[in-house]
Design a protein around this ligand. Structure first.
Ligand code: HEC
Length: 121
């Protein structure tokens, strides 16, 4: 029998592909792999330091937390990068690196994320 080793090889190759495929599969509401990856911890810090000063209940910006938007909504918010009803741009608040960190933090804990978080307290 010359076929059997070949068959066994094919089966183990198929099994390996299956395992690899399962490992790379991610839930729908995961971070996108092509998304610019900021530092979530720093983002949380900047959000608390800078954004929360105007974005708690009763403050002039009104309450804003990661839960305010979905992951997709945060992404498009930071893509447009307009703030305060378009009155200014986000880079007037923080530099581009810091904003990427804040975006990473907000997306990671958005309303439909795997770890929704009110945060910023
Ligand atoms: C100096 C005060 C101030 C700071 C700091 C601030 N905001 Fe705002 N923000 C506002 C005001 C005022 C509005 C407009 C609220 C309204 O129209 O009801 C607003 C609106 C918003 C909105 C609602 C959508 C929009 O843009 O109109 C989001 C989301 C938001 N801010 C996120 C942030 C984030 C993220 C940061 C930190 C990078 C931040 N804000 C920092 C004052 C501030």
């Amino acid at each position: 029998m010359h076929i059997r080793p070949v068959v066994r090889m094919l089966i183990s190759a198929a099994a390996a592909l299956l395992v690899a495929g399962t490992l790379t599969l991610s839930p729908a509401a995961e971070l996108k792999s092509n998304e610019p990856k900021g530092n979530e911890g720093k983002g949380r810090y900047y959000f608390r330091q800078t954004c929360k000063s105007c974005h708690t209940k009763g403050a002039k910006g009104g309450e804003v937390s990661p839960l305010t938007k979905t992951m997709a909504q945060w992404r498009s918010y930071f893509l447009k990068a307009k703030h305060s009803g378009g009155a200014e741009t986000l880079v007037q608040l923080l530099n581009a690196d810091q904003l990427r960190d804040v975006q990473t933090f907000l997306v990671a804990h958005a309303a439909d994320s795997l770890q929704p978080e009110t945060c910023g307290k």
